[in-house]
Design a protein around this ligand. Sequence first.
Ligand code: GAR
Length: 209
Amino acid sequence: MLNIVVLVSGGGTNLQALIDAEQAGQIPGGKISCVIASKPGVYALERAAKAGIPSRVVERKAYPDRKSYSQAILEALNEEKADLVILAGFMVILDEMVPKAYPNRILNVHPALIPSFCGPGFYGLKVHEAALAAGVKLTGATVHFVSEVCDGGPIILQGAVPVRNDDTPETLQKRVMEEVEWKLLPKAAALFCAGKIKVENGIARVEEE
Ligand code: GAR
C-alpha cells in the first residue's frame, strides 16, 4: 500500500475528492496517510480530521524563505514515508530540492490547460480571471508531475470545459473544479498507484485502461 501525503493550503475540496475516491475503493494500492497544511485553521484540516487522517501544519509564515520552508516540507515528507505526494490547492511554490528528492512522485492540480495561464502568480481565482480576460472559449484543469519549473512538469491528464459569456471567475472556477479537477486528481492518483504512468524524455504516458 503506497503512502499518499496530500499538501493543502485552503478549503480542500480536491482533498475531499481524494478522500471520497479512496473511501469508494477507487484508489486501490494507495492510502492517504497524512495531510500537511501550509496554514493553521484551514478547512482542509477539518476534512482530514473528519476522515480520521493524521495531519500536521508546516506553516509558511514560520520560515524566513522558500529554501528553509522547502527543507521543512522535505523533512516532513521523509518522516511520513511518502510514496506519492499530492499538491491539492497548495499555494506555496517549493524549492527544486523537493521535486529533486521526489522525482515524478509529486502530483499537482492546476486550474487551467497548461501551458496556458500557469507559472508564478497564477493560482486560485487569478487563473480564472486571466482566462476570462483573454477571452478563451475553453479552459480546464491539468494534473501534472511537479518538476523544478513551476507548473512545468510532465502533463498526465487534462480536461476542458466551455467558458460562457456570463461567467465570473467564481462560476468558472466552480465548473472547472466540479467537471474536471475533482475527477482527474483522484484518477491520476489511482493511475500512479497502479504503476500506469511512465515518463520518458519529459513526457508522461498513461497506460491505456
Ligand atoms: C483549486 O482550483 C486548485 O486547482 C487551485 O486552487 C484551488 C484549490 O481549491 N490550485 C492552484 O491554483 C495551484 N497553483 P481546494 O483547496 O478547494 O482544493
